[in-house]
Design a protein around this ligand. Structure first.
Ligand SMILES: Cc1ncc(COP(=O)(O)O)c(C=O)c1O
Length: 397
């Protein structure tokens, strides 16, 4: 089944707006990731920034080695909800940490990756002290900037000019000479976004050209996220051979930390048509606000797919679909359908598990979408969470 265009649950079974994750589609992604992990002999972490639906963590933990977090809160979620289900390594990277962050992370993380030698020098003694007090080891890593862009959208390109992410080679020597690499066992980079293995191949070449003297001093190298492994057509064989060859050349362990690939095409946002108004063209108003429930549509930007729709003009009836908020740009895009949509119709947006639940907000006091899980074996859609007024109010004072 093509997860982009099909759903197998009854959209009338949920109160809208609601994000429905199909456990079967999630499992299919996990099987592919588990095969990469096994064939390449690498570790695969879930990037929580993309998908943090913790009720699925017991399932995810059967196939993944742990999570990567971007903050103390994500690291705590990983420690409390993922790690108990096995194999739960918690890796954390942030562009900057406060002392309070480090004190918290030392109770939740196994690996701390720094964005600069200054932060490494400042916090290395504190990490050693706090880890020692707990009788455990916290590995340290440094993020490098490979200075190799793969044509990603600039806002998602950590190697774009002026990027604050990762130490560039020119700065590496001077800073490293002062601070040293004592205790640093990992090298981390992240430069891809929804890309194929050929982009990784060129990135590896850039890193090997720039950091050949550093790589042999590492125990592990983390290739970051952005590997679109579960997208149909992704060159899995090339990925596997790149990892195997890298490990052989440098004698290191390799980590991947995909977000999208874990839950790609595994979730849907179900909404209801509230009204159809006539503007220059018919405009459908649904009960989901694009800036609140699918902010990436505006940020990236992109046009999400609606099941049963075509491009504008392709089918008999063309309309624009937008939400109930005040924002003029609260618009998902223009679509066509075989017949006009009517109040009460359900609209099902595809690929809404990734960078969706984690990014929702309550601008305009808009109702947050519920969270549901569809289990194909039983045909049941279980609503796991509904949100209400208190969730809106609790974020304010
Ligand atoms: C450091 C890091 N790791 C992993 C990821 C996950 O990327 P993706 O969801 O595209 O696989 C990101 C995304 O921004 C990231 O910044």
């Amino acid at each position: 089944m093509d997860g982009r265009t099909e759903f197998r649950f009854d959209p009338l079974a949920v109160q809208t707006p609601c994000c429905v994750v199909d456990e079967g589609l999630l499992k299919a992604n996990l099987e592919l990731l588990a095969s990469v992990r096994e064939r390449a002999g690498c570790k695969v972490l879930l990037a929580l920034k993309c998908f943090s639906m913790f009720s699925t963590f017991p399932l995810l933990a059967t196939a993944l080695d742990g999570v990567c977090a971007s903050s103390p809160h994500e690291a705590r979620l990983g420690r409390e909800e993922f790690a108990p289900h096995g194999g739960g390594e918690i890796h954390t990277f942030a562009a900057g940490y406060s002392e309070a962050d480090i004190r918290s992370l030392c109770h939740t993380s196994d690996h701390l990756v720094f964005n600069s030698f200054a932060q490494l020098a400042r916090f290395r003694p504190l990490v050693a002290e706090l880890a020692g007090a707990q009788g455990r080891t916290i590995e340290l890593g440094i993020r490098i900037n490979p200075e190799h862009s793969e044509g990603a959208v600039p806002v998602y390109d950590p190697c774009a000019p002026g990027s604050r992410l990762g130490v560039r080679r020119a700065q590496f020597d001077a800073q490293h000479n002062q601070v040293g690499l004592d205790g640093v066992t990992g090298l981390h980079w992240h430069n891809l976004c929804e890309q194929d293995a050929d982009c990784l191949e060129r990135t590896i070449a850039a890193v090997e050209a720039g950091f050949a003297d550093v790589l042999p001093r590492m125990r592990y190298v983390n290739f970051g996220g952005g590997h679109h492994i579960t997208r149909p057509g992704y060159d899995v064989d090339l990925l596997v051979s790149l990892i195997i060859r890298f490990k052989e050349r440098w004698g290191v362990e390799v980590y991947l930390e995909p977000g999208e690939a874990v839950a790609l095409n595994a979730g849907f946002l179900v909404t209801t048509v509230l009204d159809v108004v006539q503007a220059d063209l018919p405009v459908v108003i649904m009960d989901s606000a694009v800036p609140c429930h699918m902010p990436d549509v505006i940020e990236m930007p992109y046009r999400p797919h609606v099941v049963g729709s075509g491009e504008a003009g392709e089918k008999a009836w063309t309309c624009r679909i937008g939400g109930p908020s005040c924002l003029a740009g609260d618009v998902a895009g223009e679509y066509s359908f075989d017949a006009p949509l009517e109040t009460g119709d359900r609209l099902v947006f595809t690929d809404m598990a990734i960078y969706s639940m984690v990014k929702t907000n309550t601008f305009n006091g808009i109702q947050l979408p519920g969270i549901a899980l569809f289990t194909p074996q039983t045909g049941e859609v279980a609503t796991l969470r509904r949100f209400g007024y208190q969730d809106f109010r609790n974020r304010l004072s």
